[in-house]
Design a protein around this ligand. Structure first.
Ligand code: FAD
Length: 400
């Protein structure tokens, strides 16, 4: 909390003027802190009297030790009347299993949804030791209020050491709300997760515009919370593990849900079907030079039975929609084959496709960084290479 030493405060209003959240008010020549304070610290440097201090909650080692287990929040969707986990949940179970084994702690999945059958078997088969399930008809559609209420109650009760969730649109909405509710740190969009020698979660993600990879620890709060984008980790084998399903007890009333989705609309345009789950992607970069040359990218994608995608500059140029952008500020993909044409291989692009199984790169610059991640590199002018490439694939298909 932000504390004011009223003996030193002279009511100068500097902190009040510099608080970005309007949370400080000077009353009777003394600064007073309101509920809007987020502990951002902006006021500290402006106070010339040194009367402001922030006391952050730091759990003691004994308190931290009470938190055990790697927990995954299962974002679900309804399929044929059954609540099913999304693919990203299975990806997180695969990584979570590795983390839990390193810690020697259990891996559990929290599955919440409407009053309908839940496919908990798939979670156990993929390696979870247990599922904590909660069903309520008020959870028939996602809302920040209802999901935060239920999830924060379960997390506060079960005290996991680590909580992971997918960085999907709903996950990105829920995770910060939950972190704020429980006063936790949160590392969003992690590209790697590991356990250090002290048993802490090492959360790696690009920082400063992707120019460095930051390794982030949460040493004073539990659970350590991180989100991971779909397709960053692979889905493991479903080996049919055994485990327990426990029903959670949480009170959820209609009154806490302040928003309802009244209508949803599907916008149909190129790229709306998405590239997230594409098996083959032909991605173009600025090396394609003109939008007309994208016809070659489309032809190759069609010949290979794949989808087109591109680097961020192509979105900025208006050649492709944002839904087709691969990378840090676009989509993360993990196709079986990724053909990168005229793409330099900036780190912000690579983080979005580094889990592709096979990468073919076509670039006129032999020193382009994309060649470092390519299984097959073709140095040459894309406009000359692509027609030959397409002809070869067509000939191979005809022969087959
Ligand atoms: P360039 O870097 O210009 O590379 C063009 C390549 O084409 C070169 O290697 C060149 O040798 C080659 N070339 C030129 N002519 C030919 C030819 N005739 N035949 C073959 N090759 C040729 N970028 C993304 O892609 N996705 C993101 O999500 C993303 N997010 C970002 C987020 C932040 C915060 C920031 C700061 C940047 C982000 N970027 C992102 C931008 C990124 O840094 C690069 O600028 C971008 O990826 C470069 O795109 P490019 O490779 O198409 O273009």
């Amino acid at each position: 909390m932000l504390k004011v030493d009223t003996n030193k405060c002279n009511g100068c209003h500097l902190c009040e003027k510099n608080c970005p959240f309007g949370a400080i008010v000077v009353i009777n020549d003394k600064a007073e802190v309101g509920d809007g304070c987020t502990l951002c610290g902006a006021c500290l440097n402006t106070c010339t009297m040194g009367c402001l201090t922030i006391e952050r909650r730091r759990a003691s080692p004994e308190e931290l030790a009470r938190y055990k287990g790697v927990f995954i929040f299962a974002e679900c969707e309804e399929r044929a009347g059954v609540t099913e986990p999304r693919k990203v949940v299975l990806e997180l179970i695969h990584k979570g299993r590795e983390l839990a084994d390193k810690l020697g702690e259990p891996l559990k999945v929290i599955m919440i949804g409407p009053d309908a059958p839940m496919n908990t078997d798939v979670l156990l088969a993929h390696g979870a030791d247990g599922v904590i399930a909660y069903r309520n008809k008020l959870l028939d559609q996602y809302s920040t209020d209802s999901f935060t209420t239920v999830l924060s109650a379960i997390v506060a009760d079960k005290k996991p050491s680590i909580l992971l969730m997918g960085a999907t649109p709903n996950g990105r909405d829920l995770a910060p709300r939950l972190a704020a509710r429980l006063r936790l740190g949160l590392t969003a969009d992690c590209t790697a997760l590991d356990i250090d020698d002290e048993g802490q979660l090492v959360q790696t993600r690009p920082a400063f515009g992707g120019n460095i990879m930051a390794s982030i620890l949460s040493p004073y709060t539990r659970p350590q919370m991180a989100t991971v984008r779909p397709n960053v980790f692979p889905v493991g084998e479903a080996t049919g593990g055994k485990g327990t399903v426990e029903e959670a007890v949480v009170t959820l009333s209609k009154g806490v849900i302040r928003t309802r989705v009244l209508e949803t609309e599907n916008l149909k345009a190129e790229g709306d079907e998405g590239i997230e789950n594409a098996k083959v992607i032909v991605a173009a970069g600025q090396g394609m030079q003109t939008p007309e040359n994208m016809a070659l990218i489309r032809e190759l994608a069609e010949t290979l039975g794949g989808k087109i995608a591109g680097s961020r500059p192509l979105v900025e140029l208006g050649w492709i929609p944002h839904t087709l952008q691969v990378g840090q500020s676009g989509t993360t993909v993990s196709p079986d084959l990724y053909v990168a044409v005229g793409i330099s291989g900036a780190v912000q692009h690579l983080v979005g496709m580094s889990s592709a199984r096979k990468v073919i790169a076509i670039n006129s610059d032999p020193d382009a960084p994309i060649f470092k991640v390519a299984d097959l590199g073709i140095v040459g002018d894309a406009l000359q290479v692509l027609p030959k490439f397409i002809a070869k694939v067509k000939a191979a298909k005809a022969a087959a």
